[in-house]
Design a protein around this ligand. Structure first.
Ligand code: PLP
Length: 467
């Protein structure tokens, strides 16, 4: 019996009924005919692992392969895996302090550790005047801080009817997480500004252009609400100038959020920390240890200067969860810092990663990926058929074959040729209308020889694409 496509879905088609029911009768009569050949009692043992091998693995894209260079990696480690096992083993649901005090306390401690590794100002740390929380993804983090910013602004403006006046800002390189969040918190789509970037600024958001757009909105009677700046954009790894954008945000009273999902991990290295300069002007910042910090999926750190604003926006107080600890206001109830009630004990995983690896090894891991990316960039630069399209800042290299005529789609064909070989996986981006190939180096198992082999593969495929 075949499955019909949706268009031809006829659950009681007379002709199909006649054909298929005959086939089933034949099947059953064969079964009766051969029945004595089967053991009477079933002797089959369920073999899930064999099914995983035969049915699941062939359908996977292997994100942990050393030849995975697409998107941004999700790098794993033994420590991340063991931490995840412990988390899953305990399976506690620490939605409020009393539901698992150690889960909440450890989360607060680990967020402070991580914040200190990034040299965040104490205004973001529990040991200072702020605090942090672990979410599953940047998308959730941005929704939550945008909701906090919205509610603060609506309170000041005097009511919900003012929501149509609120405007949110980001560059056109910002992850779509920003637009999704704006939609989810009720910002009218026409009030989402994606400010154009270009090669001239290395695809970073220009503070002058931002100011221009904000002033225009104010003239139209709108209210600037939120700015999302990125450290390490998804298409090209660009960095928005936080300190200058922060000044504009302060002047116009915008909530400044920094999305450092990918590159935030890199900022533990002193030589990369300068990308965070100006972070003291932000209201919140998030980064994903599950991308480049050897922490298995999922884990997103969010720090906020005024946790009270998050709690004001997201807290609920159902009778069923009331308890003395919460009433005392002396504890953190993380259910009020996120969307869902239930939550995983992710802090355990990040704690194991930090304790097991230590800062020195974590920095070594980042630096070795960057060194491999540097070498790859040099190899591309030495081949006159190719060009580096944007200056590399982290471990992402954006390059392309130089087209011989306008509008050639050579690079798209080259990506298809590389990926269909099954030997490596790269992805692409379009920057100011130009198709570029992205090589993101960072899976845990990738070594220099994998990168050299990738380059050889690219050269071979380029040779055949050009012929
Ligand atoms: N922000 C940036 C800069 C990203 O590169 C990504 C994903 O690659 C995201 C946000 C989305 O992260 P998440 O999947 O955790 O929502």
């Amino acid at each position: 019996m075949g499955s019909a496509s949706r268009k031809t879905f006829l659950p009681l088609d007379p002709m199909t009924f006649s054909n298929e029911s005959k086939a089933v009768i034949d099947f059953i009569s064969d079964y009766y005919e051969n029945l004595e050949k089967y053991p009477v009692q079933c002797t089959v043992e369920p073999d899930i692992l064999e099914d995983v091998n035969n049915c699941i693995i062939p359908g996977l894209t292997h994100w942990q392969s050393p030849n995975f260079f697409a998107y941004f990696h999700a790098n794993a480690s033994t420590a991340g895996f063991l931490g995840e096992m412990l988390c899953s083993g305990f399976n506690v649901v620490g939605f409020n302090w009393i539901s698992s005090p150690a889960a909440t306390e450890l989360e607060s401690i680990v967020l402070d550790w991580m914040g200190k590794m990034l040299k965040l100002p104490s205004s973001f740390l529990f040991s200072g005047t702020g605090g942090g929380v672990l979410h599953g993804s940047t998308c959730e983090a941005v929704v939550c801080v945008m909701a906090a910013a919205r509610d603060k602004a609506l309170k000041e403006l005097g009511g919900w009817e003012n929501i149509t006046k609120l405007v949110v800002y980001a560059s056109d390189q910002t992850h779509f997480t920003f637009q999704k969040a704006a939609k989810l918190v009720g910002i009218p789509p026409s009030n989402s500004r994606l400010i154009e970037t270009s090669f001239s600024t290395g695809f970073s958001l220009s503070p002058e252009n931002l100011r221009f757009v904000i002033e225009d909105d104010i003239k139209s009677g709108l209210v600037p609400l939120f700015l999302c700046a990125t450290i390490g954009t998804t298409p090209s790894g660009a960095v928005d100038p936080i300190a200058e954008l922060g000044k504009v945000a302060m002047e116009f009273k915008l909530w400044l959020h920094i999305d450092a999902a990918y590159a935030g991990s890199g900022c533990i290295c002193p030589e990369l920390r300068h990308y965070l300069d100006g972070v003291e002007l932000a209201n919140s910042i998030s980064m994903n240890p599950h991308k480049w910090f050897l922490t298995n999926m999922d884990c997103c750190c969010l720090w906020i200067k005024e946790p009270k604003l998050l709690v004001d926006s997201l807290s609920t107080d159902p009778e069923i969860l009331r308890n003395n600890a919460s009433k005392s206001k002396a504890v953190v109830d993380y259910k009020d810092w996120q969307i869902a009630l239930s939550r995983r004990f992710r802090a355990l995983k990040l704690w194991v990663v930090i304790r097991r690896h230590g800062l020195a090894n974590l920095m070594y891991h980042i630096r070795s990926d960057i060194a491999m990316a540097k070498r790859f960039e040099a190899l591309v630069g030495e081949d006159e058929r190719f060009e580096i399209v944007v200056a590399r800042k982290f471990a992402l290299v954006c390059f392309r074959l130089k087209p011989k005529v306008e509008a050639e789609d050579l690079n798209c064909k080259l990506v298809e040729a590389i990926n269909s070989s099954g030997r490596a996986f790269v992805s692409h981006a379009v920057l100011s209308g130009i198709y570029v190939i992205r090589c993101a180096i960072g899976t845990t198992l990738t070594q220099q020889h994998h990168v050299d082999t990738l380059w050889k593969l690219i050269q071979d495929k380029a040779q055949s694409s050009l012929m």
